[in-house]
Design a protein around this ligand. Structure first.
Ligand SMILES: [Zn+2]
Length: 374
């Protein structure tokens, strides 16, 4: 199994989060079976009713230790404005271009190459490769795996997890959570000259003023800061959309979306409740659709210490973005480490440096040797 070639194949499947991933997961089921993994498919319908598949590949002994999971996602963010076909891998200048090359089909391919290198009979503890859906839009796949996997019900969750998001192979012990909600104002469209419309944007304004107050509190009051992170405050990022309503139409619908990244120790509910109360007081519709807690594994934990020994680093890092670890760290001792750089993730003309492939394989392989091999 060659991680680079497998990544090229995976980039050829358009797996932007809202689309069905059945085809790529059929291919990956065969791939995992071809390297002697027992495979479980964990299926669910996403919020739009689209069937999604998650895969768990397992090899190793049936009883005894709980083992190690290599954890990745197959969905990607959309690809708009590319200078090339985002779904056809291209190699040039020491880089592999393509949507998902870095986040994170490259990393998933490294995991599968590593799993292919270890025969089941050589393992004293089971090795899992877990591939999820919908990481980019709310960790729905990881949640389905945690709730529904029969394999994990039978054997227990693995003891250790490596979430292979692009960290340039630095060990990450903590990240911020993700809270996202929308607040919707309903109005009535009319030609603005008639005076008969009802402008939804105007209804949003008093609510927006209160959200700006929260933004200012969270980004300037140091009691809410956490110096383990850079930046040490949350974003409370406010976006608004009225669907590009023309200037001579009263806007019938206006939606505010807010993204908030709680840090370990924060009480996210205080801010969620304050926004909900404000929305309701102004006659707006509040819809919380992501509420993923932050992650913090103790830097002294065995998996973090192992990661430091493997990378040769002195101290582990934190990152500001969120990952499937928001779910998996509730069930296993988790480190976040993987090939590729977050600077290329989600970008136009996304790429991963070719030298990250052998390095990613080598790092994941050392985790398997340490926690699974006899
Ligand atoms: Zn990712």
């Amino acid at each position: 199994m060659d991680a680079k070639k497998l990544t090229q194949t995976l980039i050829g499947y358009n797996t932007v989060s809202p689309l069905s991933n059945v085809e790529v997961m059929d291919f990956l089921t065969e791939t995992l079976e071809s390297i002697d993994c027992e495979v479980e498919r964990v299926e669910y319908k996403d919020p739009a009713g689209v069937l999604k598949v998650n895969l768990i590949g397992r090899k190793g002994p049936e009883n005894g230790e709980r083992g190690l999971a290599l954890l990745g996602h197959i969905d990607t963010v959309p690809a708009i404005g590319w200078s090339m076909d985002p779904f056809e891998a291209r190699i040039a200048d020491g880089k592999m271009y393509g949507r998902g090359s870095c986040d994170m089909k490259g990393s998933v391919s490294c995991m599968i190459e590593v799993a292919s290198r270890h025969a089941a009979a050589e393992l004293k503890a089971p090795l899992y490769v877990v591939i999820t859906a919908d990481e980019e839009v709310g960790y729905f796949g990881a949640s389905a795996v945690a709730e529904k996997s029969q394999m994990f019900k039978k054997h227990g969750f693995p003891q250790y997890g490596v979430v292979g998001e692009p960290t340039e192979l630095h060990a990450v012990y903590a990240h911020k959570g993700a809270v996202r909600f929308t607040v919707t104002a309903h109005g009535r469209a009319a030609h603005s000259s008639t005076g008969e419309g009802d402008n939804a944007n105007l209804k949003l304004i008093p609510f927006l003023a209160e959200m700006r107050d929260i933004y200012q509190e969270l980004t300037s009051d140091t009691q809410y800061f956490n110096d383990e992170f850079n930046p040490p405050f949350t974003d409370w990022n406010i976006t608004i959309s009225d669907g590009e309503c023309a200037a001579n139409i009263t806007s019938p619908l206006s939606v505010c979306s807010i993204n908030y990244r709680p840090m370990p120790g924060d009480d996210a509910q205080i801010w969620i409740d304050r926004a909900r109360e404000s929305a309701e007081r102004h006659g707006l519709v509040f819809d919380l659709y992501i509420n993923a807690p932050p992650v913090r594994t103790s830097p002294d934990a065995e998996i973090i210490q192992a990661a430091l020994e493997i990378t040769g680093e002195a101290t582990p890092q934190t990152v500001a973005y969120s990952t499937d670890a928001t779910v998996f760290a509730q069930h296993m001792e988790t480190v976040i480490i993987g090939p590729g750089s977050i600077r290329q993730a989600h970008t136009v003309d996304e790429w991963m440096a070719l030298d990250q492939f052998p390095q990613g394989v080598s790092i994941f392989d050392q985790f398997v040797k340490r926690f699974c091999a006899k």
